[in-house]
Design a protein around this ligand. Structure first.
Ligand SMILES: *[C@@H]1O[C@H](CO)[C@@H](O)[C@H](O)[C@H]1NC(C)=O
Ligand SMILES: *[C@@H]1O[C@H](CO)[C@@H](O)[C@H](O)[C@H]1NC(C)=O
Ligand SMILES: *[C@@H]1O[C@H](CO)[C@@H](O)[C@H](O)[C@H]1NC(C)=O
Ligand SMILES: *[C@@H]1O[C@H](CO)[C@@H](O)[C@H](O)[C@H]1NC(C)=O
Length: 224
């Protein structure tokens, strides 16, 4: 649970939007067609150029699309490591891969907010009841880590409407191995509805409530 607490703390913390971040948000709005990843999400490749990404993405789907707050949703990323592109990539590299999530929002009034990036190991993991990441190989078997060959990554999650602020939520997922090489870097923007009203003075870290499993609020756990 320490990992989850750390992760949510990171997710919740606001950071100032750097000019390059603002640039990446506006450039994703005018994404060139070759940057769009096939699949129902209108996802694009992130800041890392597609040729520098070792994982060849076949599609990225999100269901429902766009994501509805309060509904369980799934992000399904499928692809493979092409032998010609992966050179010296090893199972050990993949076992040590991490993924960093950078999250920003453009609110209804057009203002823009960025959150501290957070990182976690890229592995099959049950974060909590409504928040799991599962990896599968070409045999359909669940694997602990990505494998050389075909891989499916499925993330299931809920964003709670009562705790979320409406806006265009952009999530960039950047997966890397320890030597710095990029496995994949994708960016997704969804309009997420929310009933929560931002009060920067009182609640700078509202986002942690939006994404934390509801039982924790009832139990008064992480957020109190
Ligand atoms: C996704 O892209 C297609 C094609 O450009 C567009 O018709 C559709 O409205 C987009 N969907 C959303 C939810 O933005
Ligand atoms: C693997 O190859 C890349 C270049 O293709 C190189 O930058 C990297 O240092 C190599 N890593 C190892 C562990 O050999
Ligand atoms: C959210 O994104 C959609 C699609 O790009 C755009 O039409 C809309 O103006 C955006 N809304 C805000 C508040 O940025
Ligand atoms: C997510 O993991 C939890 C265990 O923490 C499990 O109870 C739950 O069924 C999983 N959810 C899905 C959709 O697989």
């Amino acid at each position: 649970m320490a990992l989850l607490a750390l992760l949510l703390f990171g997710f919740a913390a606001l950071t100032s939007c750097s000019p390059s971040k603002q640039l990446s948000v506006s450039s994703s709005e005018t994404a060139r067609s070759q940057d769009v990843i096939p699949g129902r999400d209108n996802a694009t490749y992130g800041a890392t150029p597609k040729p520098d990404q070792l994982f060849a993405i076949e599609f990225l789907e999100t269901m429902p699309y766009p994501i509805n707050s309060n509904d369980l949703f799934f992000i399904y990323l499928s692809g493979w490591f092409l032998p010609g592109r992966v050179h010296n990539l090893t199972d050990d590299d993949l076992a040590k891969a991490t993924v960093t999530c950078t999250f920003s929002i453009v609110y209804r009034d057009g203002t823009h907010e960025c959150f501290e990036p957070w990182a976690t190991g890229l592995a099959t993991i049950a974060f909590d009841r409504w928040w799991n990441l599962s990896l599968r190989n070409s045999e359909g078997d669940q694997t602990k880590h990505l494998t050389l060959g075909d891989n499916d990554l499925i993330l299931d999650w809920i964003i709670y409407r009562g705790y979320s602020v409406a806006g265009n939520w952009t999530m960039e997922l950047d997966a890397r191995i320890p030597d710095g090489r990029c496995l994949f870097d994708v960016s997704m923007t969804h309009w997420i509805d929310g009933d929560y009203h931002r009060r920067l003075d009182a609640e700078v870290n509202w986002a942690s409530k939006a994404i934390t499993p509801i039982g924790r609020h009832i139990a008064g756990g992480l957020r109190g």
